[in-house]
Structures are given as C-alpha cells and as structure tokens.
Design a protein around this ligand. Structure first.
Ligand SMILES: Nc1ncnc2c1ncn2[C@@H]1O[C@H](COP(=O)(O)OP(=O)(O)OP(=O)(O)O)[C@@H](O)[C@H]1O
Ligand SMILES: [Mg+2]
Length: 615
C-alpha cells in the first residue's frame, strides 16, 4: 500500500485476519488464558444449574401435587441456589481479572509496534501525515484490539456452547416444539443481527472519520496558535473546526438511529419467541402435561438463553465497530516505507569520511526536478561549502545524504559506499547535523542537548554546551539548564535553538558534519564566535556547510555554487572571485548589503517555503 491510499475507504467485510494477528498475544499467556477459560466454564456451569434448582424448589413446594419436603432438604436447595447464583458472578469476575493482564500486554505490544512502525516510515509520509487524526486512529485501534480479544475468547464460542446446551436440554426434557421455537428464534435473531450490523457499519466508519478529521483540525489549529493570533483568525478557525464537528454530529446521529433499529428488531424477535414459549408452557401446565416447576424451568432457561443471545448481538455489533476502529490502524501498519535497507545490507564503514555526489538527479515529485546531475566531492577531513539562492536544492542534498529520499539518478557515496547499500542506522549515526530549522523536544535545555547522544555523561553535555557558546545564555536563566523549552522549542529564540542544535551535533561526535545554515539566526558577533568553535571542531572532520551568507564560508576548502539544481561553479573563494562569475556577483551583492544582514535573513525567510512549519 502506498501513502496515498491511506485515507481511502477500507475493505468492508469483517477482517478475520485481525484474529490471526491476535493469536500470538494469546499464546504468550496461554496459562492465563486457559485458567480464565476454566473460570468461564465454571461460571456457565453454575448458570445452567440454576433453572433446575428452581424447578425442584417449586415442585417440592407444590402442595397440590402432595409435596412434603423436609426443612433440611429445603434449606439445602435454597443454599445451593444462592451458591450457584453467587459463584456464577464470582467466576465471571475471576475470569475477567485473570484475563485483564493478557489484554493489557497485547495493548502495550501493539501500541509499541505501531509507534515503531510510524517512526520507520519515510519523511514523505510524515510530511503528509495529519497528526491529530493519526493519534485518534491509533487510540481507537488499540482499544478496539483489547475489546476484540476479550470477546474472541469469552463470548463467541461460550455463548454458542450455552445455546446448544439449552436447546439440547429443552429437546431432551420437553420435546421437539420448544427446541424448534428456540432454534427458529436464534436463527431469525442471528440473520437479522448480521444484516443490520453490516448495514450500519458505514455509519460507524463515517463517525470515526469525522472524529479523526475534527481532531486533525483542532491539533493543526492549536499548533499554529501564534499564526492564528497574528492574523486574528480565531473566528475563522472556530468555524472550520465547527464545520468538522458538525459532520461528526450528523454521523453520530445516524449511528444512534441505526443502533435503535438494530436493538428494536432484536428485542422484537426475542419478545415473540418468549411469548410463544410461555404460551406453550402455560397450556401444557393447564393440561397437566408438565409441572409448575417445569414451567419455571422453561421460563428461566429462556431468560438465560436470550440474555446471552442479546449479548451475542451486542458483541457482533461491537466487533464490527471495533473492526471499523481497528482497520485504520491496520491500514497504517500496512503502509510501506519507500526507503528500506536492502536485505542483508552491511553497516557503513567510515574510514576517512569522504562524501561524493555523483551526477545526482532528484525530484520530490516526478513532475518537478529539483537536482539535475549534481556532482561534487568532499574529500576526507575537508570543508566544502554549498551556496546558492533559496530553493536551489541545498537542503535537498542533505536529505539525500541522510537517505530520507533516494536519488532518481546517480549516487551519493560515503567513502565509496553508496548510501542505498548500507543500513540507514549506520549511515545516520555517522553524520552529525545542525539543521536549518531546529525543532526541540518539550524538555529541558540540558536534556535537549543530551539528545545528541543519550548515553553521554553530564560532563560531556556541559562541554558541548560550552563549545556551542550556550553557557552564558544558560547562566542568565533562573532555572539554568533545567529550563523547559516549550513545545517544539518555541520558548527559545531562533539563535538559541540553533546553538542547542550545534551542541547536540558536537555531542554526537560523528566523523562527518553537516551544517545547514547553522548560523543563519545569529547576530554577527555570536556568529563569529560560533564559527570559530565550529572551525575548531570541524578540523579533522569532513564537513559540508550550507550557507546563504558567503562571508561565513570564505575559508572553505572548496565552494560549490548551486543554481536551480545545477552546479554552476566550483572552487576556492579567491578562485571564484577571480573567475568573476555567479559567485563573484553574489559576493558583490552581499558585500553591499553587508550592513543589513537582518534584512537579508528576513527576505530569505519570506522566500523560503521550507521554514513555514510542516505541522
Ligand atoms: N517535501 C517536499 N516536497 C516537494 N517539494 C519540496 C519538498 N521539500 C522541498 N521542496 C522543494 O524543493 C526545492 C528545493 O528545496 P531546498 O530545501 O533544497 O532548498 P534550499 O536550497 O535549501 O533553499 P533555502 O536556502 O531556502 O533553504 C524548493 O523549491 C522546495 O519547494
Ligand atoms: Mg535549505
């Protein structure tokens, strides 16, 4: 399945495949499952005994038949009745308690599986995802799973067993008629329930979709809180949200009406059957064919039969509902990533850390080529800069290096190994990056830096903080390094975030470093300080530096000028100036603008579609 299919209408029939997926979880706790099944049988046994006890009680009290039971016998019957009642409930509770562990473990496993799976999906999926709706789909899916497991084990088979027993007992003791009525009722009930449930599944699905999309709206709107305020669009947002809520309301209403139809029909079938049987029994008692005790027994069996039958209808309905809930989660699990490790791919072996872009072509969409045959090399231990206008494809080069996407032509190699031939894990572990837009976790500054290498000790983290010139800033904060940065790091300034990103990359200590506009949000003074630090650290490392501001890369071993996805010039700063081409032109413009770098970054920000926030 491809990404695009994810939002399409899922298959309509019951997906029995789901049950197969559940089996391993049940097997893992087979002891518990078995024990709870024992309790289930015990509970059912106790329930089946009750009508007989009632019958004996009634018959032993029926003085017209010359009954004459001893007090002790009566007490024994009454106590047995009480015990049977209590144990049927007790065993049921024990069954649930013991089984709870099984479902919880399964929920945990599946939750984790989905989480891992989503993380394994490629960037393209994540750029297209709708976080709010996705979260809801998963939530419903996991709850649906636990529901299915419980009912799979406890209700379907046992209820069928119970119905068979009751029909058997009626047939054995009271002849064909009762059994026939019972069978007819059960059949009618079953057929009606299945039909009606199939019919109403569409409404469940509609309600789910409306629920997910209204949640998507809400989350997206809240994530863009600032933008909403800047443009005073609260009313607009509320209207859009309400529009989604309205769809949800309509879907729920249809859903509710369909439940009414279903339950009403089921109740009618049960009522007709019960009335018929009571009528039959009453006339038989009157004719002296059966005793009053038998009448009570038949009545009691009917109650006990139709209760689980009603339950079975409820279960079927819920199973269908759960299926509808789960199917979106399973659709999600079926989404394949476009970027996969080749079978048996080896780890990347970095010796000296050279990077080679060899005639690389790439487009995010087939109808728009972004890179057109880009070739250049970053020799081991050297620093190569890529410069060029906004949208030229600079950050795209980085995405290909990290293998977030695969090139459509040519190859990206590290020490001669094609990035497509090695494991993604080893590839990414070998590269440290300071990205163009740094997004932080809603955690402390200190922990955000440690994220570069989670097992790093406090000393190492402080060292990285010092090297990234974060120390002064942290010193000024009332809570220091323990300051929480807010969702996506919004409580930090752009420059502060960038320094956290630099500290992170430094802590990771990879052989290859990539800086994508690493200092673009810094003022000239901090920039100079950090550039010095970067230079210090980058010595001995292979580094790829992307920059708008040419002044930051004059010392590079080589500068690649990228224009509309093509390398137009390459050389050292002095060579390129002497060449008097594109680079020289850019240099002159920037020298003239030199006094107003803030204005420059503003125009860049406005022109850059990438910084708009993909959430
Ligand atoms: N996920 C995507 N899907 C489709 N198009 C994309 C995607 N990401 C980037 N692009 C497009 O690819 C082009 C190159 O983007 P890229 O981010 O590489 O530019 P850049 O050179 O880094 O620009 P800047 O200097 O502004 O950061 C842009 O025109 C952009 O709109
Ligand atoms: Mg970029």
């Amino acid at each position: 399945m491809k990404h695009g299919d994810f939002n399409e209408e899922p298959a309509s029939s019951v997906n029995w495949q789901v049950f197969r997926e559940l089996t391993p979880y049940l097997w893992e706790y087979r002891g518990r499952v078995f024990l709870s099944l024992l309790f289930l049988v015990a509970a059912k046994g106790a329930i089946l005994v009750i009508p007989f006890l009632l019958k004996y009680l009634v018959d032993s009290l029926d003085i017209s038949k010359g009954a004459d039971i001893a007090a002790a016998g009566l007490v024994a019957l009454v106590v047995a009745f009480g015990l049977a009642r209590f144990s049927s409930v007790l065993f049921g509770e024990l069954r649930d308690t013991i089984f709870g562990r099984v479902t919880e473990r399964a929920m945990r496993r599946i939750g984790l599986q989905v989480f891992r799976h989503i993380h394994a999906l490629d960037l393209d999926f994540h750029l297209n995802r709708q976080t709010g709706g996705l979260a809801r789909d998963i939530e419903r899916g996991v709850t649906g799973i636990s529901f299915l497991m419980r009912f799979f084990v406890f209700n379907i088979a046992p209820t069928i067993f119970e119905i068979t027993m009751v029909v058997g007992i009626l047939l054995w003791n009271y002849g064909l008629n009762y059994a026939l009525v019972t069978l007819a009722a059960v059949t009618a009930y079953g057929v009606f329930s299945v039909r009606a449930t199939e019919w109403r599944t569409q409404f469940v699905r509609e309600a789910n979709e409306a629920d997910s999309s209204s949640n998507t709206r809400a989350i997206d709107s809240l994530m863009n809180f600032e933008t909403v305020k800047y443009f005073t669009n609260e009313e607009f947002e509320a209207r859009r949200y309400d529009h989604e809520l309205e769809k949800w309301e309509v879907a729920r209403r249809k859903n509710r009406l369909s439940v009414f139809t279903l339950n009403g029909g089921q109740a009618l079938i049960i009522a007709v059957a019960q009335t018929t049987m009571i009528g039959m029994a009453a006339f038989q008692v009157r004719g002296g064919v059966i005793s009053i005790g038998d009448f009570v027994l038949i009545n009691q069996f009917m109650i006990q039969l139709f209760m689980p039958l009603g339950f079975l209808g409820f279960i079927y309905r819920e199973i269908k509902g759960s299926m509808a809930n789960i199917e979106r989660m399973f659709d999600l699990l079926a989404v394949k990533t476009q970027i996969e490790d080749k079978p048996g791919a080896p780890d990347l072996q970095v010796e000296r850390g050279s990077i080679q872009f060899d005639n690389v072509s790439f487009g995010y969409r087939p109808d728009r080529q972004i890179l057109k045959g880009v070739s250049f090399e970053v020799p081991p231990g050297q620093k190569v800069a890529v410069v060029g206008a906004s949208g030229a494809g600079k950050s795209t080069l980085v995405k290909l290096l990290f293998r977030f996407y695969d090139a459509s032509g040519g190859a990206v190699r590290i020490d001669g190994q094609d990035v497509r031939d090695v494991t993604q894990h080893s590839l990414r572990a070998a590269i440290g990056i300071v990205p163009q837009d740094t997004v932080l976790f809603n955690d402390t500054i200190f922990e955000n830096v440690r994220y570069g290498r989670p097992e790093a000790g406090d000393d190492e983290v402080w060292e990285a903080i010092r090297l990234a010139h974060l120390e002064n800033f942290i010193g000024r904060l009332p809570s220091g390094g323990d300051t929480v940065v807010g969702e996506r790091g919004l409580k930090l300034s752009g420059g502060e975030k960038q320094r956290v990103a630099i500290a992170r990359a430094l802590l990771k200590q990879p052989p290859i470093l990539v800086f994508d506009e690493a200092t673009s949000s810094l003022d000239s003074k901090s920039e100079r300080a950090i550039l010095a630090a970067i230079r210090e650290i980058a010595t001995g490392h292979t580094s790829l530096v992307i920059a708008h501001r040419l002044s930051t890369v004059v010392d590079a071993d080589s500068i690649v000028v990228l224009d509309q996805g093509e390398v137009v010039e390459q050389g050292r700063h002095a060579e390129l100036l002497a060449h008097d081409g594109r680079y020289a032109e850019l240099w002159q413009i920037q020298q003239a603008e030199g006094q107003a770098p803030a204005l420059e970054s503003l125009t860049m920000a406005l022109a850059d579609p990438g910084t708009g926030g993909t959430a």
